[in-house]
Ligand binder design. Structure first.
Ligand SMILES: [Ca+2]
Length: 223
C-alpha cells in the first residue's frame, strides 16, 4: 500500500515537473564557418551577425574567477562591437590564460531587461575556435543573491538560474574557424534578467592552448 501511494506521488511530481519545465523552451542555434569560408563579416547561416547597438554595449563586465591571458584583449572587447579581422588575432579577442581550465565573468546590464537572445562569437584557426560554457542569469532580486560567486558556490542557491549549456565542439575535432551561438527561447523571451554569468571551460587539454578566442557577446532585448 505504501509503495502504491509513493508511486502515485511520483507520477504527480513528474507531472508537476513537466508543467514547470514547459515554461522554458530554450533553443540553441550553433553555426560554424570553417577556416576556408570565415571572414571578418561574421556572417552565418542562421545565427545573426554581431550587433553594435545591442543591450550588452553599455554593460559592465566583471571578472569573477580565472586569469585573462596577457596576450589577449580585456573583457570589454566582448561588448565593444569591434570584431577581429583575421583568424588568429589575439589582441581583439578575450581568452583565459594559457594552461588554465577557463574562468567565469559576470555581465551587468544595468537594469532588468526582457532578453530575447544571447549571442556569442569566436574565431580561431584550430582548437581555440569552439565555445564551451554555461550561461546563468539573475534579476538580482533574491535576498541571497551573490553577484560574484566563485566556482565552489552553488549558483542555484545564490540567486542564479541556469539558462543553457553550450558546447560547439564536433566529434571529429575539426573545429577551426568561426562559431556563432544564439541562445533563444521558443516563446520569444529567455526571461527578465539584469545579470548574466558566463562560466567558461577549456576546449581541450592536449596542450596549453585550449581556451576559446571569444570575439563578441551580444544581448538582444525583446522588442
Ligand atoms: Ca555587440
Amino acid at each position: 500500500m505504501t509503495q502504491r501511494i509513493t508511486r502515485v506521488g511520483l507520477v504527480i511530481l513528474a507531472l508537476l515537473t513537466l508543467t514547470f519545465t514547459a515554461h522554458a523552451q530554450i533553443k540553441l542555434t550553433i553555426d560554424h564557418n570553417p577556416n576556408a569560408t570565415a571572414t571578418s563579416a561574421f556572417k552565418f547561416k542562421n545565427v545573426p551577425s554581431p550587433a553594435k547597438d545591442d543591450a550588452a554595449t553599455k554593460a559592465k563586465l566583471l571578472l569573477i574567477e580565472g586569469q585573462a591571458d596577457g596576450n589577449g584583449a580585456e573583457l570589454s572587447a566582448l561588448t565593444d562591437g569591434a570584431l577581429p579581422t583575421e583568424e588568429d588575432q589575439p589582441a581583439t579577442n578575450f581568452f583565459w590564460n594559457a594552461g588554465t581550465g577557463g574562468g567565469r565573468f559576470q555581465m551587468d546590464l544595468g537594469s532588468v531587461i526582457d532578453i530575447a537572445q544571447v549571442n556569442t562569437y569566436s574565431w580561431h584557426p584550430n582548437t581555440r575556435g569552439p565555445q564551451v560554457y554555461r550561461l546563468w542569469a539573475s534579476d538580482g532580486a533574491d535576498a541571497g543573491f551573490n553577484p560574484a560567486p566563485k566556482t565552489n558556490i552553488d549558483l542555484a542557491k545564490n540567486g542564479w538560474k541556469l539558462i543553457a549549456v553550450v558546447d560547439t565542439r564536433s566529434k571529429d575535432g575539426d573545429d577551426g574557424g568561426q562559431f556563432g551561438v544564439s541562445i533563444t527561447d521558443a516563446r520569444g523571451s529567455l526571461g527578465k534578467f539584469r545579470y548574466l554569468l558566463f562560466d567558461c571551460y577549456v576546449t581541450e587539454t592536449a596542450d596549453e592552448f585550449g581556451n576559446t578566442f571569444y570575439s563578441e557577446i551580444d544581448v538582444i532585448a525583446k522588442k
